[in-house]
Ligand binder design. Structure first.
Ligand code: ACO
Length: 402
């Protein structure tokens, strides 16, 4: 007889860890988080220093290569990224197939996945040069694909990449310039966007990165693995929270209604959660939220929007929640997504598009983690086990006997 294990006591030291709260799936040299102290380091460098002094491309190089580049290395890397910004013309046809109001994350996920149809036979994941080329291609093409999804959403013609611009400047130009008008890139918007991308660039084994690793562990096409990361990021418990925060602020509408929504968030019979609050690892203020909060005030000040009612609402919500026993006891603090949407909104980006920008920022992290996984000799196919709780062995009963 086959002995099927059904009781928890049958499993001995078998680990049951739904949500992987205490299971390390890999070793990694890339990102360090101390959730109790609110510390985040990329390759050892504090996020605060990188956000203030570095650029998104330099941080991408750091995540991929382990060290900050010297001048020549940064120039070579920038050149390689700008060389690969174009996508195959036929990729445009994919966008024609989408309904006019398709969610941009649906378009991004599908079109990133389609890159695997353009780059497959030519990729050798066991060859370091081939892996580097994949990494540069995905970092370079993400803004082009993201901007095409944006233009499809707003019903305007696509804008081609302009390689003389910075990474974030080029992105803004592809999003906002129109053939009929002069578009001047605002240095405030360029700097703020670049900083937001830096803050999102990696966050160790979060849901989307773990998805990229799990998919990649089978040896699948790296663009397909990154597309699976986009899909995982989309959910409101992860990257989709930035969109959900703005929708929540719109729903609350007025500072006088904040208490009502705090009460809803505390009510266990109500599925409502305070979006942009709480984090699996940070049980202290998310260090990225501290930086974004400051930038949010600066950007809105610079744009003459210091009295934006949504900013006031967000601050009141934060203020009340941080003094409330429910949030204090559970160590629920604002996370990276609480203020990012307010900055995106101020830059003229539609709410539906926020998570696409998160995906763009997370791309160097995903591909750096994929590269590390492929190079790790200890890495095997990711294959979680389960605790079976279903029926024990039984015999098939013919239909007329049931
Ligand atoms: N509002 C109200 N209560 C909350 C919230 C919230 N935002 N977050 C957690 N809680 C409560 C839970 O109900 C639970 O209470 P209980 O102990 O009485 O049952 C307790 O805090 C612990 O929450 P869990 O869901 O067990 O925590 P977990 O680590 O699984 O979830 C998560 C973390 C998903 C981020 C959660 O805090 C959440 O849903 N937050 C809102 C969505 C969000 O902002 N996501 C973005 C995360 S950051 C990122 O991905 C970039």
């Amino acid at each position: 007889a086959i002995d099927i294990k059904t009781l928890y006591s049958d499993f001995g030291h078998f680990t049951y860890d739904p949500g992987f709260t205490s299971t390390a799936s890999c070793r990694s040299d890339i990102t360090f988080i101390d959730g109790d102290e609110g510390v985040l380091l990329y390759r050892g460098y504090p996020i605060e220093q990188l956000a203030e002094k570095s650029s998104f491309l330099e941080v991408s190089y750091l995540l991929l290569n382990g060290e900050l580049p010297d001048k020549n290395e940064l120039a070579d890397f920038t050149r390689s990224i700008t060389v690969h910004t174009m996508v195959n013309e036929s990729l445009k046809n994919f966008f024609d197939g989408f309904h006019y109001n398709a969610h941009p994350m649906a378009m991004l996920t599908a079109v990133v996945s389609s890159l695997s149809a353009f780059y497959h036979e030519s990729i050798d994941i066991n060859d370091p040069d081939s892996r580097t080329l994949c990494a540069h291609r995905i970092i370079a093409k993400m803004p082009t694909i993201a901007a095409a999804a944006f233009k499809h959403l707003v019903g305007e013609p696509f804008v081609y990449p302009l390689n003389r611009l910075s990474y974030s400047g080029n992105l803004l130009n592809m999003l906002f310039s129109r053939p009929s008008e002069e578009y001047e890139i605002s240095p405030i918007a360029e700097k703020a966007l670049d900083q937001l991308l830096i803050l999102h660039a990696d966050h160790e084994q979060n849901a989307s990165t773990s998805t990229v690793r799990l998919a990649g562990s089978t040896g699948t096409n790296p663009f397909a693995a990154i597309a699976s990361g986009c899909a995982a990021l989309w959910g409101p418990a992860h990257g989709g929270a930035n969109e959900a925060v703005l929708r929540m602020l719109e729903e609350i509408g007025d500072a006088s209604r904040v208490e009502k929504y705090i009460a809803k968030a505390k009510d266990k019979d109500d599925p409502f959660r305070l979006m942009g609050f709480g984090h699996r690892v940070y049980k202290n203020y998310d260090p990225r939220a501290t930086i974004i909060r400051k930038t949010c005030h600066e950007v809105l000040d610079d744009l003459g929007m210091a009295n934006d009612p949504k900013l006031e609402l967000a601050m009141k919500l934060e203020d009340i929640a941080l003094k409330d026993d429910y949030f204090v006891e559970r160590k629920l603090y604002p996370n990276v997504d609480f203020y990012s949407g307010l900055i995106y909104k101020a830059l003229g980006i539609p709410t539906q598009f926020f998570t696409v920008l998160f995906a763009l920022g997370r791309t160097p992290g995903w591909i750096a983690q994929w590269t590390e996984m492929v190079e790790d000799k200890e890495q095997r196919i990711g294959r979680p086990r389960q605790v079976y709780t279903g029926a024990a062995r039984r015999d098939y009963v013919p239909l007329d006997k049931r």
